[in-house]
Write a protein that binds this ligand. Structure first.
Ligand code: ZN
Length: 99
């Protein structure tokens, strides 16, 4: 599952990634390349910032939904098996379901 989004620096156009969970209104971080501080706001005038915010929001939604599913599965499995035999089910990978 994708939990990071691409951000394009306003100044040097370098593309880097950051966690979708961090990219919310009021968040700021330095560009790793030119070290300018980028401020993240959904109402930003910067198209790069706005795009990153949109991507982050979508990624957070997907994460939330996938976490909800896996939490239910883990809870059910640990209740039934005591959480000890999880390794035996590793053969059935379901990571290929991404679109
Ligand atoms: Zn930069």
């Amino acid at each position: 599952m994708e939990d990071s989004v691409q951000i394009r620096c306003t100044r040097c156009k370098n593309v880097f990634r950051d966690r979708a969970k961090r990219l919310q209104n009021g968040y700021s971080r330095q560009c790793p390349s030119c070290e300018i501080v980028l401020f993240f706001d959904e109402d930003s005038h910067d198209a790069n910032i706005k795009r990153a915010m949109r991507s982050a929001r979508r990624a957070r939604k997907e994460l939330r939904e996938s976490e909800g599913v896996s939490t239910r599965q883990t809870t059910a499995a640990s209740r039934r098996y005591g959480g000890r035999s999880a390794s035996s089910s590793r053969g059935t990978e379901d990571d290929d379901g991404d679109d």
